[in-house]
Design a protein around this ligand. Structure first.
Ligand SMILES: NC(=O)c1ccc[n+]([C@@H]2O[C@H](COP(=O)([O-])OP(=O)(O)OC[C@H]3O[C@@H](n4cnc5c(N)ncnc54)[C@H](O)[C@@H]3O)[C@@H](O)[C@H]2O)c1
Length: 337
């Protein structure tokens, strides 16, 4: 029986990863350690097999809590827990430094002292900054760090700590860096579920600036498969860029959503740009393809279709997720436009 420890497993990607593990690795037991911040949603864990999945509410910065929940001889620790929203990091960076930086160090120390066999750090392409608009420029694993937001700076710092733990203490660690995920159960402050929710309710859809910023979109389950392969086949100390070769301009994404829902483009509202908004991210996933044998399974069309169908069928999830904390943030961010 493989023992796996997942942090942030009540969030968007972490919960998809836990589901993938339970579906694809029958002989595994998961401890899902999550603080349930505004982004952690217990609804994301509905229906999981309690015999193989144990949820522990805890903060990755709380050393005693982590040491209490992490079992000795854990096969792999997957760190998804993070403050993940760039806009929030612009309003206030404190929580980003605490969770993303200090929390990662606490987990590295715990993994080392309890003999976890592998540490997987889930990182982001944003640590490499912004690319020129030319379509022959891509992020590779050797691209220099150039984070432009407090969020990406904190994720870059976390990567440095993972690298240092590997080099100094021999922690067996692998890092994955991915682009923009989309799919079921994403907290509706993020671009795609926000658009979907608004469009379904015939509410205006805010698009930053001129809408020409380019992101590399990947279906969440494809990202999760890459993380699992990195844990199973990745070289200790390696970084793997994960991307589906699916660059899209934000405006094009918004239009695809409206078209798929049969809603008019008149719902689009261009709003004041985010300060320091990175222009283009694009990932060269060649190394993950060659070394891990990873390939995305979904196309943009098939992934978007699955995503829209999930949100359409899960109105109650969406209504609950859109309550409280989300509303307050939304008013502050877009209220004056
Ligand atoms: N969403 C993306 O497109 C994307 C792309 C690349 C990388 N990533 C990375 O993937 C990871 C997961 O992203 P997501 O979109 O699922 O984020 P999310 O915000 O949906 O979920 C984060 C989860 O972490 C938990 N958490 C936050 N602080 C915690 C703490 N101190 N202790 C324990 N748990 C805590 C939250 O409760 C939540 O369940 C993050 O590390 C993020 O940087 C995300």
């Amino acid at each position: 029986m493989r023992k796996l420890f997942v942090t942030g497993g009540a969030g968007f990607i972490g919960s998809a990863f836990v589901r993938l593990l339970l579906d694809e690795l029958p002989a595994c037991e998961i401890v899902n350690f999550d603080a349930l911040t505004y982004a952690g949603n217990p609804d994301n864990l509905a229906g999981l097999d309690p015999a193989r999945h144990r949820f522990v509410r805890g903060d990755i910065c709380d050393r005693a809590a982590v040491l209490g929940a992490l079992e000795a001889d854990t096969d792999a620790l997957f760190n998804f827990a993070a403050e993940s929203h760039v806009d929030r990091s612009i309003h206030s960076a404190d929580e980003f430094l605490r969770t993303n930086v200090l929390g990662t160090q606490v987990l590295l120390d715990a993994a080392r002292s309890l003999g976890a066999r592998r540490f997987v750090q889930v990182s982001t392409d944003e640590v490499m900054g912004s690319l020129p608009e030319r379509d022959d420029a891509f992020f590779t694993e050797d691209s220099p760090f150039a984070p432009n937001s407090p969020y990406s700076a904190s994720k870059a710092a976390a990567e440095h700590l993972v690298r240092a733990a590997h080099h100094t203490h021999g922690v067996d660690a692998v890092v994955t860096r991915c682009g923009n995920n989309y799919g079921p159960r994403q907290f509706p402050e993020k671009f795609l579920p926000l658009m979907l929710a608004n469009a379904m309710n015939d509410e205006p859809i805010p698009v930053y600036g001129d809408g020409q910023n380019v992101r590399d979109w990947i279906y969440v389950e494809d990202h999760c498969r890459a993380i699992l392969l990195a844990a199973e086949r990745g070289r200790a100390g390696a970084v793997y860029n994960v991307g589906a070769r699916n660059e899209r301009r934000n405006l094009e994404v918004a239009e695809s959503v409206l078209d798929a829902l049969g809603k008019p483009r008149s719902l689009l509202r261009f709003v004041k740009d985010r300060p320091g908004h990175d222009r283009r991210y694009a990932i060269d996933p060649g190394l993950a393809e060659r070394e891990l044998g990873w390939r995305p399974r979904e196309t943009w069309q098939s992934g978007l279709k699955k995503t829209i169908e999930w949100y359409a069928a899960n109105g109650e999830w969406l209504a609950r997720a859109r309550g409280g904390a989300y509303r307050e943030f939304y008013e502050r961010q877009y209220g004056e436009n």
